[in-house]
Design a binder for this molecule. Structure first.
Ligand code: SF4
Ligand code: SF4
Length: 452
Protein backbone atom coordinates (compact mmCIF):
# COMPACT_ATOMS: atom_id res chain seq x y z
CA UNK A 1 0.00 0.00 0.00
CA UNK A 2 1.34 3.39 -0.92
CA UNK A 3 1.36 5.93 1.89
CA UNK A 4 -1.15 8.76 1.55
CA UNK A 5 1.22 11.09 3.43
CA UNK A 6 2.01 14.40 1.77
CA UNK A 7 5.74 14.95 1.86
CA UNK A 8 7.83 18.06 2.49
CA UNK A 9 9.64 19.43 -0.55
CA UNK A 10 13.37 20.16 -0.72
CA UNK A 11 13.04 23.90 0.00
CA UNK A 12 10.78 23.14 2.99
CA UNK A 13 13.21 20.60 4.38
CA UNK A 14 16.03 23.12 4.35
CA UNK A 15 14.08 25.31 6.77
CA UNK A 16 14.53 22.64 9.41
CA UNK A 17 18.09 21.63 8.56
CA UNK A 18 17.29 18.51 6.50
CA UNK A 19 17.69 17.78 2.80
CA UNK A 20 16.89 15.17 0.20
CA UNK A 21 19.55 12.67 -0.85
CA UNK A 22 20.47 11.69 -4.43
CA UNK A 23 19.37 8.17 -5.39
CA UNK A 24 22.91 6.77 -5.56
CA UNK A 25 23.69 8.08 -2.07
CA UNK A 26 20.56 6.76 -0.37
CA UNK A 27 22.01 3.41 0.62
CA UNK A 28 25.39 4.60 1.98
CA UNK A 29 23.68 7.39 3.89
CA UNK A 30 21.08 5.05 5.36
CA UNK A 31 23.66 2.48 6.42
CA UNK A 32 25.89 5.12 8.01
CA UNK A 33 22.97 6.48 9.99
CA UNK A 34 21.71 3.03 10.97
CA UNK A 35 25.21 2.20 12.18
CA UNK A 36 25.21 5.38 14.27
CA UNK A 37 21.80 4.64 15.76
CA UNK A 38 22.95 1.15 16.62
CA UNK A 39 25.65 2.74 18.76
CA UNK A 40 23.57 5.54 20.31
CA UNK A 41 20.22 3.75 20.78
CA UNK A 42 21.48 0.65 22.53
CA UNK A 43 18.08 -0.97 22.81
CA UNK A 44 17.62 -0.89 19.04
CA UNK A 45 20.13 -3.65 18.33
CA UNK A 46 18.56 -5.77 21.08
CA UNK A 47 15.11 -5.31 19.51
CA UNK A 48 16.46 -6.22 16.08
CA UNK A 49 18.44 -9.23 17.31
CA UNK A 50 15.94 -10.83 19.65
CA UNK A 51 12.49 -11.57 18.14
CA UNK A 52 11.67 -15.31 18.01
CA UNK A 53 8.43 -14.78 16.05
CA UNK A 54 6.27 -16.29 18.77
CA UNK A 55 3.38 -14.05 17.66
CA UNK A 56 2.27 -13.08 21.19
CA UNK A 57 2.20 -9.40 20.30
CA UNK A 58 0.33 -9.66 17.01
CA UNK A 59 -3.26 -9.69 18.31
CA UNK A 60 -2.37 -6.98 20.82
CA UNK A 61 -1.56 -4.35 18.23
CA UNK A 62 -4.55 -2.13 17.41
CA UNK A 63 -2.87 -1.10 14.16
CA UNK A 64 -2.82 -4.69 12.92
CA UNK A 65 -6.31 -5.39 14.32
CA UNK A 66 -7.79 -2.22 12.81
CA UNK A 67 -6.22 -2.42 9.35
CA UNK A 68 -5.94 -6.22 8.99
CA UNK A 69 -2.69 -5.56 7.12
CA UNK A 70 -0.07 -8.24 7.94
CA UNK A 71 2.74 -5.69 7.62
CA UNK A 72 1.21 -3.80 10.53
CA UNK A 73 1.79 -6.77 12.86
CA UNK A 74 4.63 -5.75 15.21
CA UNK A 75 7.16 -8.44 14.20
CA UNK A 76 6.51 -7.75 10.51
CA UNK A 77 6.87 -4.02 11.05
CA UNK A 78 10.19 -4.51 12.85
CA UNK A 79 11.29 -6.93 10.12
CA UNK A 80 11.17 -4.03 7.66
CA UNK A 81 14.30 -2.72 9.38
CA UNK A 82 15.55 -6.03 10.72
CA UNK A 83 16.17 -7.40 7.22
CA UNK A 84 18.44 -4.53 6.26
CA UNK A 85 20.15 -4.64 9.65
CA UNK A 86 20.83 -8.36 9.25
CA UNK A 87 22.18 -7.88 5.73
CA UNK A 88 24.77 -5.31 6.79
CA UNK A 89 25.36 -5.68 10.53
CA UNK A 90 25.27 -9.43 11.25
CA UNK A 91 27.62 -12.18 10.07
CA UNK A 92 24.89 -14.70 9.07
CA UNK A 93 23.14 -11.97 7.07
CA UNK A 94 26.34 -10.99 5.29
CA UNK A 95 27.19 -14.64 4.50
CA UNK A 96 23.79 -16.17 3.76
CA UNK A 97 21.61 -13.24 2.71
CA UNK A 98 17.93 -14.15 2.38
CA UNK A 99 18.51 -17.56 4.00
CA UNK A 100 19.36 -15.66 7.18
CA UNK A 101 16.35 -13.33 6.86
CA UNK A 102 18.46 -10.55 5.35
CA UNK A 103 17.57 -8.24 2.49
CA UNK A 104 19.28 -5.28 0.91
CA UNK A 105 17.78 -1.85 0.41
CA UNK A 106 15.47 -1.35 -2.55
CA UNK A 107 12.73 1.11 -3.39
CA UNK A 108 10.01 -1.28 -2.15
CA UNK A 109 11.70 -1.41 1.24
CA UNK A 110 11.78 2.38 1.49
CA UNK A 111 8.12 2.62 0.43
CA UNK A 112 7.22 0.11 3.11
CA UNK A 113 9.18 1.99 5.76
CA UNK A 114 7.27 5.16 4.98
CA UNK A 115 3.92 3.39 4.93
CA UNK A 116 4.23 1.19 7.99
CA UNK A 117 6.40 3.26 10.32
CA UNK A 118 3.72 5.92 9.92
CA UNK A 119 0.96 3.42 10.75
CA UNK A 120 2.50 2.59 14.11
CA UNK A 121 1.30 4.83 16.92
CA UNK A 122 4.47 4.13 18.95
CA UNK A 123 2.08 3.03 21.70
CA UNK A 124 4.25 0.23 23.19
CA UNK A 125 1.32 -2.14 23.73
CA UNK A 126 3.17 -4.87 21.85
CA UNK A 127 6.05 -4.57 24.35
CA UNK A 128 3.70 -5.30 27.27
CA UNK A 129 2.83 -8.68 25.76
CA UNK A 130 6.23 -9.66 24.39
CA UNK A 131 8.07 -12.17 26.62
CA UNK A 132 11.32 -10.40 25.71
CA UNK A 133 9.98 -6.88 26.11
CA UNK A 134 10.65 -6.08 22.47
CA UNK A 135 9.36 -2.59 21.88
CA UNK A 136 8.47 -2.10 18.24
CA UNK A 137 7.81 1.57 19.00
CA UNK A 138 11.58 1.99 19.29
CA UNK A 139 12.06 0.49 15.85
CA UNK A 140 9.43 2.88 14.51
CA UNK A 141 11.15 5.85 16.17
CA UNK A 142 14.44 4.77 14.60
CA UNK A 143 12.77 4.14 11.23
CA UNK A 144 11.18 7.58 11.09
CA UNK A 145 14.47 9.19 12.10
CA UNK A 146 16.31 7.36 9.33
CA UNK A 147 13.70 8.36 6.76
CA UNK A 148 14.15 11.98 7.83
CA UNK A 149 17.91 11.61 7.38
CA UNK A 150 17.12 10.72 3.76
CA UNK A 151 14.90 13.79 3.41
CA UNK A 152 11.70 11.73 3.55
CA UNK A 153 9.61 13.81 5.96
CA UNK A 154 5.83 14.32 6.09
CA UNK A 155 4.94 17.92 5.33
CA UNK A 156 2.93 18.11 8.55
CA UNK A 157 6.00 17.26 10.66
CA UNK A 158 8.16 19.77 8.78
CA UNK A 159 5.56 22.52 9.28
CA UNK A 160 5.24 21.79 12.99
CA UNK A 161 9.03 21.87 13.41
CA UNK A 162 9.23 25.16 11.53
CA UNK A 163 6.45 26.68 13.65
CA UNK A 164 8.33 25.69 16.79
CA UNK A 165 11.53 27.30 15.53
CA UNK A 166 9.77 30.56 14.68
CA UNK A 167 7.37 30.95 17.58
CA UNK A 168 8.17 28.41 20.29
CA UNK A 169 4.96 26.49 19.71
CA UNK A 170 3.69 23.93 17.23
CA UNK A 171 0.66 25.93 16.15
CA UNK A 172 2.79 28.91 15.11
CA UNK A 173 1.00 31.34 17.43
CA UNK A 174 2.89 34.65 17.47
CA UNK A 175 3.48 36.26 20.89
CA UNK A 176 0.88 39.09 20.46
CA UNK A 177 -1.85 36.55 19.63
CA UNK A 178 -0.84 34.53 22.65
CA UNK A 179 -1.14 37.57 24.92
CA UNK A 180 -4.60 38.30 23.49
CA UNK A 181 -5.62 34.72 24.26
CA UNK A 182 -4.30 34.93 27.79
CA UNK A 183 -6.23 38.17 28.44
CA UNK A 184 -9.39 36.64 27.03
CA UNK A 185 -9.06 33.49 29.16
CA UNK A 186 -8.37 35.55 32.29
CA UNK A 187 -11.47 37.67 31.68
CA UNK A 188 -13.59 34.55 31.12
CA UNK A 189 -12.44 33.05 34.43
CA UNK A 190 -13.19 36.28 36.26
CA UNK A 191 -16.62 36.51 34.68
CA UNK A 192 -17.37 32.91 35.69
CA UNK A 193 -15.99 32.98 39.24
CA UNK A 194 -15.68 36.62 40.26
CA UNK A 195 -12.02 35.92 41.08
CA UNK A 196 -9.11 37.51 39.19
CA UNK A 197 -6.90 34.59 38.16
CA UNK A 198 -3.72 35.49 36.28
CA UNK A 199 -1.93 33.44 33.65
CA UNK A 200 1.51 35.01 33.99
CA UNK A 201 3.62 35.13 30.82
CA UNK A 202 7.44 35.34 31.11
CA UNK A 203 7.28 36.31 34.76
CA UNK A 204 10.87 36.40 36.05
CA UNK A 205 11.92 34.55 39.20
CA UNK A 206 9.07 32.10 38.87
CA UNK A 207 9.21 29.02 40.98
CA UNK A 208 7.27 27.00 38.39
CA UNK A 209 7.46 27.06 34.60
CA UNK A 210 4.29 25.53 33.21
CA UNK A 211 4.57 24.15 29.67
CA UNK A 212 1.11 23.46 28.26
CA UNK A 213 0.27 22.24 24.79
CA UNK A 214 -0.19 25.28 22.56
CA UNK A 215 -3.56 23.79 21.54
CA UNK A 216 -4.73 24.57 25.08
CA UNK A 217 -4.86 28.28 24.21
CA UNK A 218 -7.24 27.76 21.29
CA UNK A 219 -8.96 24.39 21.19
CA UNK A 220 -8.62 22.92 24.69
CA UNK A 221 -9.06 26.15 26.63
CA UNK A 222 -10.69 24.45 29.63
CA UNK A 223 -7.46 22.53 30.21
CA UNK A 224 -5.41 25.67 30.76
CA UNK A 225 -8.25 27.22 32.74
CA UNK A 226 -8.10 24.26 35.13
CA UNK A 227 -4.33 24.53 35.49
CA UNK A 228 -4.51 28.29 36.10
CA UNK A 229 -7.19 27.90 38.77
CA UNK A 230 -5.20 25.14 40.44
CA UNK A 231 -1.95 27.16 40.55
CA UNK A 232 -3.93 30.18 41.77
CA UNK A 233 -5.49 28.26 44.61
CA UNK A 234 -2.13 26.90 45.71
CA UNK A 235 -0.69 30.42 45.70
CA UNK A 236 2.49 29.38 43.88
CA UNK A 237 4.63 31.71 41.77
CA UNK A 238 4.20 30.29 38.27
CA UNK A 239 4.45 31.35 34.66
CA UNK A 240 4.25 30.20 31.07
CA UNK A 241 7.12 31.12 28.73
CA UNK A 242 6.35 32.75 25.40
CA UNK A 243 9.51 31.19 23.94
CA UNK A 244 8.54 27.66 25.00
CA UNK A 245 4.86 27.17 24.87
CA UNK A 246 4.74 23.61 23.73
CA UNK A 247 4.63 20.36 25.67
CA UNK A 248 4.29 18.29 22.48
CA UNK A 249 7.75 17.35 21.18
CA UNK A 250 7.20 16.38 17.54
CA UNK A 251 10.92 15.82 17.07
CA UNK A 252 10.39 12.60 19.00
CA UNK A 253 8.03 11.54 16.21
CA UNK A 254 10.21 12.14 13.18
CA UNK A 255 13.80 13.20 13.88
CA UNK A 256 15.89 12.78 17.01
CA UNK A 257 17.91 15.99 16.58
CA UNK A 258 14.67 17.97 16.46
CA UNK A 259 13.65 16.21 19.67
CA UNK A 260 16.87 17.35 21.37
CA UNK A 261 16.43 20.92 20.06
CA UNK A 262 13.00 21.02 21.63
CA UNK A 263 14.41 19.81 24.91
CA UNK A 264 17.19 22.42 24.88
CA UNK A 265 14.63 25.14 24.23
CA UNK A 266 12.75 24.00 27.33
CA UNK A 267 15.93 24.04 29.39
CA UNK A 268 16.84 27.58 28.26
CA UNK A 269 13.34 28.87 29.06
CA UNK A 270 13.43 27.38 32.57
CA UNK A 271 16.89 28.80 33.24
CA UNK A 272 15.96 32.27 31.96
CA UNK A 273 12.92 32.43 34.22
CA UNK A 274 14.73 30.95 37.21
CA UNK A 275 12.24 28.10 37.59
CA UNK A 276 13.16 25.31 39.97
CA UNK A 277 10.24 23.15 38.80
CA UNK A 278 9.08 22.54 35.24
CA UNK A 279 5.52 21.23 34.99
CA UNK A 280 4.53 19.67 31.67
CA UNK A 281 0.93 19.96 30.52
CA UNK A 282 -1.45 17.34 29.15
CA UNK A 283 0.51 15.77 26.29
CA UNK A 284 1.38 12.08 26.19
CA UNK A 285 4.39 11.80 23.92
CA UNK A 286 5.67 15.20 25.12
CA UNK A 287 5.86 13.84 28.64
CA UNK A 288 7.58 10.65 27.46
CA UNK A 289 10.12 12.67 25.47
CA UNK A 290 10.74 15.11 28.32
CA UNK A 291 11.47 12.27 30.72
CA UNK A 292 13.70 10.53 28.21
CA UNK A 293 15.84 13.36 26.88
CA UNK A 294 15.79 16.40 29.14
CA UNK A 295 19.05 15.42 30.80
CA UNK A 296 20.35 13.26 27.95
CA UNK A 297 20.22 16.27 25.60
CA UNK A 298 22.39 18.60 27.68
CA UNK A 299 23.47 17.03 30.95
CA UNK A 300 22.08 17.59 34.46
CA UNK A 301 19.43 20.30 34.61
CA UNK A 302 18.95 22.83 37.45
CA UNK A 303 15.26 22.09 37.87
CA UNK A 304 12.92 19.29 38.75
CA UNK A 305 10.59 18.01 36.05
CA UNK A 306 7.06 16.81 36.66
CA UNK A 307 3.70 16.50 34.99
CA UNK A 308 0.59 18.54 35.75
CA UNK A 309 -1.35 15.40 36.75
CA UNK A 310 1.36 14.27 39.15
CA UNK A 311 1.66 17.79 40.56
CA UNK A 312 -2.11 18.11 41.00
CA UNK A 313 -2.45 14.66 42.58
CA UNK A 314 0.27 15.56 45.09
CA UNK A 315 -1.59 18.75 46.09
CA UNK A 316 -5.17 17.47 46.11
CA UNK A 317 -5.60 18.01 49.84
CA UNK A 318 -4.84 21.71 49.47
CA UNK A 319 -7.46 22.19 46.77
CA UNK A 320 -11.06 22.90 47.62
CA UNK A 321 -12.93 20.57 45.26
CA UNK A 322 -16.60 19.67 44.96
CA UNK A 323 -17.62 16.45 43.23
CA UNK A 324 -19.24 17.05 39.87
CA UNK A 325 -22.36 14.87 39.29
CA UNK A 326 -20.88 13.11 36.26
CA UNK A 327 -20.06 9.62 35.04
CA UNK A 328 -16.56 10.05 33.69
CA UNK A 329 -14.64 7.39 31.78
CA UNK A 330 -10.87 7.65 31.74
CA UNK A 331 -8.94 6.99 28.54
CA UNK A 332 -5.36 6.23 29.61
CA UNK A 333 -2.99 7.85 27.09
CA UNK A 334 -0.44 5.20 26.06
CA UNK A 335 2.57 7.33 26.90
CA UNK A 336 1.37 7.97 30.46
CA UNK A 337 0.76 4.37 31.44
CA UNK A 338 3.46 2.59 29.41
CA UNK A 339 6.19 5.21 29.45
CA UNK A 340 5.33 7.94 31.92
CA UNK A 341 4.50 6.53 35.39
CA UNK A 342 1.15 8.29 35.32
CA UNK A 343 -1.27 5.52 36.18
CA UNK A 344 -2.91 6.18 39.54
CA UNK A 345 -2.54 9.98 39.68
CA UNK A 346 -5.27 10.62 37.06
CA UNK A 347 -7.58 8.29 38.96
CA UNK A 348 -6.91 10.01 42.29
CA UNK A 349 -7.75 13.37 40.74
CA UNK A 350 -10.91 12.10 39.08
CA UNK A 351 -12.15 10.47 42.27
CA UNK A 352 -11.76 13.84 43.98
CA UNK A 353 -13.58 15.74 41.22
CA UNK A 354 -16.44 13.57 40.00
CA UNK A 355 -19.05 11.27 41.51
CA UNK A 356 -18.47 8.27 39.19
CA UNK A 357 -15.23 7.11 37.64
CA UNK A 358 -15.79 4.50 34.92
CA UNK A 359 -12.87 2.27 33.94
CA UNK A 360 -12.59 1.31 30.30
CA UNK A 361 -11.66 -2.34 29.74
CA UNK A 362 -8.78 -2.99 29.39
CA UNK A 363 -7.14 -0.08 31.17
CA UNK A 364 -3.87 1.13 32.70
CA UNK A 365 -0.85 -0.40 30.92
CA UNK A 366 -3.13 -2.50 28.72
CA UNK A 367 -5.04 0.49 27.36
CA UNK A 368 -5.60 0.75 23.61
CA UNK A 369 -4.28 3.76 21.73
CA UNK A 370 -6.72 6.38 20.41
CA UNK A 371 -5.21 5.78 16.96
CA UNK A 372 -3.83 9.29 16.57
CA UNK A 373 -0.70 8.82 18.69
CA UNK A 374 2.76 9.51 17.31
CA UNK A 375 1.56 12.66 15.59
CA UNK A 376 -0.24 11.16 12.60
CA UNK A 377 -3.01 13.71 12.89
CA UNK A 378 -2.77 14.74 9.26
CA UNK A 379 -5.98 15.10 7.30
CA UNK A 380 -4.65 12.80 4.57
CA UNK A 381 -4.28 10.03 7.19
CA UNK A 382 -7.92 10.21 8.28
CA UNK A 383 -8.97 6.88 6.74
CA UNK A 384 -6.05 5.09 8.42
CA UNK A 385 -6.55 6.97 11.69
CA UNK A 386 -10.11 5.66 11.84
CA UNK A 387 -8.91 2.09 11.36
CA UNK A 388 -6.31 2.60 14.09
CA UNK A 389 -9.02 3.98 16.40
CA UNK A 390 -11.34 0.98 16.03
CA UNK A 391 -10.31 -0.81 19.24
CA UNK A 392 -10.65 2.41 21.23
CA UNK A 393 -14.14 2.99 19.85
CA UNK A 394 -15.12 -0.54 20.90
CA UNK A 395 -13.81 0.07 24.42
CA UNK A 396 -15.77 3.29 24.80
CA UNK A 397 -18.92 1.75 23.32
CA UNK A 398 -18.69 -1.12 25.83
CA UNK A 399 -18.46 1.27 28.79
CA UNK A 400 -22.18 2.11 28.54
CA UNK A 401 -23.55 5.51 29.49
CA UNK A 402 -20.98 8.14 30.32
CA UNK A 403 -21.22 11.92 30.47
CA UNK A 404 -17.59 12.78 29.81
CA UNK A 405 -14.56 11.04 28.37
CA UNK A 406 -11.40 12.21 30.12
CA UNK A 407 -8.53 12.09 27.63
CA UNK A 408 -5.64 14.02 29.16
CA UNK A 409 -3.48 14.38 26.04
CA UNK A 410 -3.77 16.91 23.21
CA UNK A 411 -3.45 14.30 20.50
CA UNK A 412 -6.12 12.06 22.05
CA UNK A 413 -8.38 15.11 22.41
CA UNK A 414 -7.97 15.82 18.69
CA UNK A 415 -8.41 12.24 17.54
CA UNK A 416 -11.20 10.83 19.70
CA UNK A 417 -14.12 12.98 18.48
CA UNK A 418 -13.44 11.76 14.93
CA UNK A 419 -13.20 8.15 16.07
CA UNK A 420 -16.42 8.28 18.07
CA UNK A 421 -18.25 9.98 15.25
CA UNK A 422 -16.91 7.47 12.72
CA UNK A 423 -18.02 4.47 14.78
CA UNK A 424 -21.31 6.08 15.85
CA UNK A 425 -20.44 5.97 19.54
CA UNK A 426 -23.08 8.06 21.39
CA UNK A 427 -21.86 11.62 21.66
CA UNK A 428 -20.25 12.70 24.94
CA UNK A 429 -18.09 15.61 25.98
CA UNK A 430 -14.37 14.87 25.56
CA UNK A 431 -11.67 16.82 27.33
CA UNK A 432 -8.79 16.80 29.73
CA UNK A 433 -8.57 16.05 33.41
CA UNK A 434 -7.48 19.57 34.31
CA UNK A 435 -10.72 20.74 32.67
CA UNK A 436 -12.63 18.87 35.38
CA UNK A 437 -10.35 20.16 38.12
CA UNK A 438 -11.16 23.68 36.89
CA UNK A 439 -14.89 23.01 37.05
CA UNK A 440 -14.70 21.32 40.46
CA UNK A 441 -12.49 23.86 42.19
CA UNK A 442 -14.06 26.38 44.53
CA UNK A 443 -12.01 29.53 44.10
CA UNK A 444 -14.00 31.50 46.61
CA UNK A 445 -12.30 29.57 49.41
CA UNK A 446 -8.89 30.36 47.88
CA UNK A 447 -6.15 31.93 49.93
CA UNK A 448 -3.89 31.93 46.89
CA UNK A 449 -3.36 34.54 44.23
CA UNK A 450 -0.79 33.20 41.75
CA UNK A 451 2.01 33.89 44.19
CA UNK A 452 2.27 37.47 43.04
S1 SF4 B 1 3.94 0.25 19.16
FE1 SF4 B 1 1.69 0.00 19.12
S2 SF4 B 1 1.09 0.43 16.99
FE2 SF4 B 1 3.31 0.08 17.01
S3 SF4 B 1 3.55 -2.10 16.55
FE3 SF4 B 1 3.50 -1.92 18.80
S4 SF4 B 1 1.33 -2.19 19.38
FE4 SF4 B 1 1.42 -1.79 17.16
S1 SF4 C 1 6.01 -11.14 21.16
FE1 SF4 C 1 8.15 -10.43 20.99
S2 SF4 C 1 9.29 -12.23 20.34
FE2 SF4 C 1 7.14 -12.69 19.99
S3 SF4 C 1 6.76 -12.03 17.84
FE3 SF4 C 1 6.25 -10.29 19.10
S4 SF4 C 1 8.16 -9.07 19.19
FE4 SF4 C 1 8.72 -11.15 18.47
Amino acid sequence: MKSPLRMAKEQDLQTIGLSTVADDLLKPRLLTQLGRLRGSMRSLAVMLDTCVKCGNCVEQCHSYLGTGDPLNAPPARADLMRKLYRRHFTLPGKLFGRLAGAKDLDSEMLDNWLTYFYQCNECRRCAVFCPFGIDTAEVTIAGRHLLSELGIVPRFMQQVALNLQKTGNNMGIPAPALLDCVEFIESEIEEETGVAVKIPVDRPDSEILYIPSSADFFTNVDTIVGAAKMFHMLGVRWTVASAMLEAANFGFLFHLSAMQDHSLRMRRAAEQLGASLVVQGECGHGWRAARMVTEAASGPVPFELTHILDFTARHLERLSLRKLPLRVALHDPCNYVRAGDLVEQPRRILRACVEHLVELQPNREETFCCGGGSGILMEEMMEIRMKLGKKKAEQIQAAGRIDYLAAPCSICKAQLPHVMNHYAVPEVAIGGIMDLVGKAIDLTSSTGGSGA
